[in-house]
Design a protein around this ligand. Structure first.
Ligand SMILES: Cc1cc2nc3c(=O)[nH]c(=O)nc-3n(C[C@H](O)[C@H](O)[C@H](O)COP(=O)(O)OP(=O)(O)OC[C@H]3O[C@@H](n4cnc5c(N)ncnc54)[C@H](O)[C@@H]3O)c2cc1C
Length: 323
């Protein structure tokens, strides 16, 4: 019976992600239930010191120049071999872009079951049961963790990263890297958020634009409205992906979490990944041409109207009667 738990470690620019310490905490709880050990998988180049505070029974460290930065195909080659070697009960990944990339690739390559967005695992009548989120947390699913080996991406929200840290350096076992010659992905550059930009988490009025805005030039009209309202522009992901606004203005799961007095959402559908970024707002107003858009489920007020018609009308009114 497989008992050990493998935990993949994420790090960027010489720092282990907080999420990885939380995953180690989850791994320790799980290993107690299976009676196995926690093995942390650390991959990198000249990064062995990162192993020093990992709360694992053992760290398998793999060093190679092509592992200096995360790429799904290099990591896939290494971790696939490690899973085959260890035959663990479970392999844990953070439910992050890296974790999702890697876990799904491994599931396909090794034909292993994958449970995503797992919140917790408990032992019930000798069987490990998982609870995981569906549809961005709108629904929960329960099930028995498939045997003998299962992959899990986890959202370990209530676990403390401190539980996954160790004051005593764990045993480090160096592992030979496979060839890693035929890689198709390489990191070209890091894109840092603009440090000089406004901190939108401190703004009390936010005007958010989404894919309903089809023309970049029309952003000026929305900016004019924002100025008249004394507010600041922000956006959903498509607008940031197009480069129309900087990453520092992105609201949601991969962006900022905001709690303004007013959140005016223009041409935004209300995907869960966006909505979780502004749910704490005092007042949410949604403008959308589609009456079935999910944003209307979370808005306090809404209008089914062309966003630019409303933007122009509102700007005219505000210019007549400034706030
Ligand atoms: C792991 C992950 C993380 C993510 N993180 C984020 C995140 O942090 N932030 C984020 O925003 N997204 C995030 N996303 C993407 C998210 O799932 C959605 O794809 C995105 O939020 C959709 O943006 P949108 O509402 O602007 O576009 P769409 O979903 O395309 O919606 C556009 C809306 O505009 C309406 N519309 C069209 N024309 C008009 C008009 N003229 N006037 C008025 N309304 C109009 C349409 O009816 C539609 O409802 C993430 C996704 C994943 C998988």
């Amino acid at each position: 019976m497989n008992k050990d738990i493998l935990v993949t470690i994420e790090h960027i620019r010489g720092q282990v992600a907080e999420l990885s310490y939380m995953m180690l905490a989850a791994g320790r709880i799980l290993a107690k239930q299976t009676g196995g050990e926690v093995v942390a998988l650390l991959l990198g180049h000249n990064q062995q010191p990162l192993a020093n505070d990992l709360g694992a029974d053992r760290v398998w460290y793999t060093d190679h120049p092509n592992l200096a930065d995360f790429t799904a195909d290099a990591y896939l080659d290494v971790v696939a071999g490690q899973i085959q070697l260890a035959s663990p009960r479970a392999v844990l990944f953070g439910h992050s872009s890296m974790g999702m990339d890697l876990a799904s690739g491994l599931s396909a390559r090794l034909n292993l079951p994958l449970v995503t967005q797992c919140q917790k695992i408990t032992l019930v009548d000798d069987a490990l049961q998982f609870v995981c989120q569906l549809c961005g947390g709108k629904m929960m699913a329960e099930g028995v963790l498939p045997e003998p080996t299962a992959l899990l991406t986890m959202v370990p929200g209530d676990l403390s990263p401190d539980v996954g840290r160790s004051a005593v350096a764990p045993e480090v076992v160096t592992q030979e890297a496979p060839g890693l010659e035929k890689l198709r992905i390489k990191l070209l550059r890091y894109v840092e958020p603009d440090a000089d930009d406004i901190d939108i988490t401190k703004e009390s009025i936010l005007i958010a634009v989404g894919r309903g805005l089809s023309n970049k030039d029309d952003l000026e009209l929305v900016e004019e409205l924002a100025e008249n309202l004394g507010g600041t522009l922000c956006a959903s992901r498509p607008i940031v992906d197009l480069g129309w606004l900087p990453t520092s203005r992105l609201i949601g799961k991969s962006g900022r979490i905001v709690k303004p007095k007013l959140y005016l959402a223009l041409g935004i559908s209300g995907a869960p990944e966006h909505v979780e970024g502004f749910m704490g707002s005092d007042m949410i107003v949604a403008i959308n041409t589609d009456p079935t858009a999910p944003i209307f489920d979370v808005a306090h007020f809404g209008a089914e109207v062309e966003m630019l018609d409303l933007v122009e009308e509102l700007t005219d009114q505000l210019e007549l009667t400034p706030v």
